[in-house]
Design a protein around this ligand. Structure first.
Ligand SMILES: [Zn+2]
Length: 421
């Protein structure tokens, strides 16, 4: 529709005029009519001027008038309207708050970028089992075996102690459990990757930096500053994940990464209602903790992302601009103008999404690992065997006890059977 007039100019008279579209017998005309009818049945229409209208049909619909102004990006806009409508329907159909929170968290710029990654670099490579587990998470299928307790080590309790909280099958506990270090590793993996990416954008990057101007007095219950045994005042140190310097435009930026799970009980209500509520809340908390007026020459960028992959808009804005800087620094890319920045940004989003999902799956596996192991060692203890045979079997059991892998096999077998039926 963007080049309809051009087509009409180049075609013999009448070949692509209004009548050809509306009553012509060509396959393409039939195809166009059918597509518009299907869209109309879904409540997506084109107005007389070619604007996408959702809901009731416009009083005067699009009619392929001769001499009508070109309509740009009609296909993209129609597809978007249809997808938005289907998404709303899916949200309406979702029975639980957690389901709606998951659907919202799995959408937004870059959230599903790991699905488009080709394994061309280590960052963009997901092992088969990790990919399947991440897909299960995205689809809201069970990701933890039934009846297990969390096997994350909780050394704060006592050395060797495990967290032992019940593991829900949806993975909420596994994705939020602070014992065992998986949550910390997920955070660090993103920080490390961001440090590398932002270096490519020309920033001088330091990780784990202390900004004393944002230190806070450590308070007791009555709100008075605490003192140590020697009578020194105690402070909560302001440690930020990234310090980024690119003078003159960006003299000093602090980046602080935060990953939060919208399915957690404390977030699910708001997350079910609003796209990105969990990341927003985390970002605002960072801004509250590091008020700009206390460090006037710097700015803080909260790099907040949800486990489903949705980024907070502030983080996206910052990353997009930084990707533009990275593109400009690269000869081949800067010649592409806007295209170069878009390509870099898309790559960054894929790498970040893969890293996040890999770390999510690692958290699932870690929390459920010992549960499976315990069963295996119980089985081993029941039979008496030579040590070599036992070792061999342990290897086998390790595979057999990969619950996610089993579930995936079952799923694939089910799909195959359904396809054959
Ligand atoms: Zn736990």
């Amino acid at each position: 529709m963007g080049c309809l007039e051009g087509v009409r100019e180049r075609c013999p008279a009448g070949a692509a005029d209004k009548a050809a579209f509306q009553t012509g017998e060509h396959d393409w005309a039939e195809g166009v009519r059918q597509a518009l009818a299907e869209l109309a049945a879904e409540g997506v229409h084109l107005s007389e001027q070619g604007e996408v209208v959702c809901g009731a049909a416009p009083p005067v619909p699009w009619a392929w008038e001769d001499g009508s102004a070109p309509v740009e990006k009609a296909q993209r806009l129609l597809t978007r309207a249809l997808e938005a409508k289907r998404r709303e329907e899916l949200l309406d159909r979702s029975r639980t708050r957690e389901d709606r929170a998951r659907l919202r968290s799995a959408a937004g710029t870059g959230a599903g970028a790991w699905l488009q990654a080709a394994p061309s670099s280590a960052e963009e490579t997901l092992e088969d089992a990790d990919f399947c587990a991440a897909a299960r998470l995205r689809l809201g299928q069970n990701v933890c075996p039934p009846g297990l307790r969390c096997s994350n080590q909780n050394s704060r309790l006592r050395p060797g102690a495990t967290c032992a909280k019940p593991l829900d099958q949806g993975g909420v506990h596994a994705l939020t459990c602070k014992a065992g270090g998986a949550i910390m590793r997920r955070h660090h993996a993103l920080v490390r990757l961001l440090a590398r990416l932002l270096q490519a954008a020309g920033y001088h990057v330091s990780e784990e930096v202390w900004e004393p101007r944002w230190d806070r007095p450590k308070l007791d219950r009555r709100g008075n500053q605490k003192f140590d045994a020697e009578g020194n005042p105690q402070w909560v140190r302001a440690r930020l994940d990234l310090r980024l310097m690119a003078p003159p435009e960006e003299p000093l930026v602090y980046g602080d990464v935060v990953v939060s799970h919208p399915g957690a009980p404390s977030h699910a209500r708001a997350a079910a209602e609003t796209d990105g509520a969990t990341a927003r809340k985390a970002a605002l908390k960072k801004v509250g903790r590091y008020p700009p007026e206390e460090v006037p020459n710097a700015r803080l960028v909260p790099l907040a992302v949800e486990t489903g992959g949705r980024w907070d808009p502030d983080a996206l804005d910052f990353l997009k601009k930084a990707a533009g800087r990275a593109a400009q620094r690269h000869q081949g890319l800067s010649s592409l103008e806007g295209g170069g920045a878009t390509a870099v940004f898309a790559t960054w989003l894929r790498q970040l999404a893969c890293t996040l999902q890999r770390a999510n799956v690692a958290a699932l596996r870690g929390a459920a690992a010992a549960g499976a192991r315990t069963e295996a060692s119980a089985l081993r203890a029941a039979g008496e065997r030579g040590s070599e045979a036992a070792e061999e079997e342990e290897e086998e059991e390790k595979d057999e006890n990969d619950w996610l892998l089993e579930q995936i096999e079952e799923l694939l077998a089910g799909a195959k059977a359904a396809a054959g039926a």
